[in-house]
Design a protein around this ligand. Structure first.
Ligand code: HEM
Length: 391
């Protein structure tokens, strides 16, 4: 080997060493920077929707068992992060639910639909995303993009209807969503400010076919605290953290929570009668409606006894909601969405969870807000339902 060759070999060895040193640091391999397309920060979670299989069969998909009951009821936000892809759930109740939703909107238009003008752009932004991105990507077997003589549409293969992908009217947009997605949607905007300058969110638009015993119309325009005024313990245990959370939730994040109660009938649309309202902690009067038992009435005990006698266990249902919250990227409005599940009590027993639910019913009055037993009307249905679940 000539001296020139030795010199060249030494240079090559030195270059290799430098290259290895650059590739390793403290024994760890340094990875090449990821391409912007695959970096989490660069991904748009509202576009990156995971598709269900092309042969997803809604009719063969049983409803989720959203059963969040615990031995003692502690009032907390209990939120968990979820992937945007799992925003909407569709199951074998879909066709029936579409029919019920349509007739509830026809019968109770004022109670189910409203859009204050300030929320129009948010409703249209959400509609546009749902029809052009989320629904066709997530459920390709149900919602198929088609072009009709009047422009791009989404063909709902279950109802056989073509839904316009663009809507110019927020009310029409809410109505289409209301009928074709088995989920209720509420839109919130920062419409007032707290003394420290932070935004307070108000309900400004909604399509709610299945309210669980409250009037959404009465709540529309109001801030979160007023909306939750009947909920015992809200001011002391939730108000501050909720306002903070709502002000800060980032674009691209989606959170979920669930609730449960017992209803004494199987009516999905209920704008009263599922709750009993006591005075708030601040002593302010609370809006009630004529179907709600007023705790201020002089013959309350007799009324409760009467209602207890009327409870028919076979008519009672476990009623749960799967709720989500996320922020729209353009208008920055918040969308609160919930899907309602009704389960027969024998279904809960068949799953072996009768005693667990019975314990949770007794636990309503044993947690951080004992008045929950009263608010959820447990004082009316608790005894009969508990006895049945334990039998
Ligand atoms: C994600 C944050 C939220 C939390 C942690 C929360 C918490 C609660 C809780 C604990 C209750 C009592 C019943 C139950 O156990 O669910 C309740 C009731 C209720 N919530 Fe919320 N909520 C949230 C968001 C919202 C939003 C955004 C709205 C509407 C814009 C809303 C509307 C209602 C209504 C209408 C009731 C029934 C009140 C009544 O009886 O009149 N909630 N909420």
């Amino acid at each position: 080997m000539g001296p020139l060759l030795v010199f060249a070999a030494l240079i090559a060895a030195a270059l290799l060493l430098v290259y290895r040193l650059l590739r390793t640091s403290h024994g760890k391999t340094l990875h090449a920077p990821k391409s912007p397309a695959v970096t989490g920060a660069e991904k748009d979670p509202y576009n990156d929707i995971r598709s269900l299989p092309a042969d997803f069969d809604w009719a063969a998909t049983p409803p989720l068992k959203v059963w969040p009951f615990k031995p003692k009821y502690h009032l907390s936000m209990a939120l968990e992060n979820i992937d945007v892809s799992s925003f909407i759930e569709i199951d074998n109740t879909y066709r029936d639910r579409m029919r019920i939703r349509r007739s509830v909107m026809d019968e109770h238009r004022q109670a189910t639909l409203q859009c204050n003008s300030v929320a129009g752009p948010a409703v249209l932004e959400f509609y546009d995303w749902m029809l052009s991105t989320y629904l066709p990507r997530r459920f390709p077997s149900i919602y198929k993009p088609v072009v009709t003589p009047s422009g791009p549409h989404l063909h709902n293969t279950v109802s056989g209807t073509d839904l316009p992908v663009r809507s110019t009217s927020p009310m029409a947009a809410l109505e289409t969503l209301g009928e074709h997605v088995d989920t209720d949607f509420l839109f919130l905007l920062p419409s007032s400010t707290a003394p420290d300058g932070s935004p307070i969110y108000h309900l400004q638009a909604f399509v709610t076919c299945f309210p669980a015993g409250f009037s959404t119309r009465e709540k529309c325009g109001k801030p979160l605290a007023t909306i939750h005024a009947p909920v015992p313990g809200y001011v002391a245990k939730l108000e501050k953290s909720m306002d903070r959370f709502f002000a800060r939730i980032e674009i691209g994040k989606m959170v979920r929570r669930s609730n449960w109660s017992i209803s004494t009938n199987d009516r999905l649309f209920s704008d009263g009668g599922n709750h009993m309202y006591a005075d708030t902690e601040q002593g302010k009067p609370i809006e009630t409606n004529n179907k709600t038992l007023d705790v201020g009435q002089p013959d309350l005990d007799r009324k409760i006894e009467e209602q207890k006698r009327d409870v028919v266990v076979e008519d009672c249902r476990l009623r749960c909601e799967r709720q989500t919250l996320h922020r729209l990227p353009k208008t920055k409005a918040l969308v609160f969405a919930f899907k309602t599940y009704l389960y027969r009590l024998d279904e809960v027993k068949e799953e072996g969870l009768g005693p667990v639910l019975a314990e949770a019913i007794e636990g309503l009055g044993k947690g951080s807000v004992p008045d929950m037993a009263f608010y959820k009307r447990g004082v009316v249905w608790g005894e009969k339902v508990g006895t049945y679940l334990k039998s």
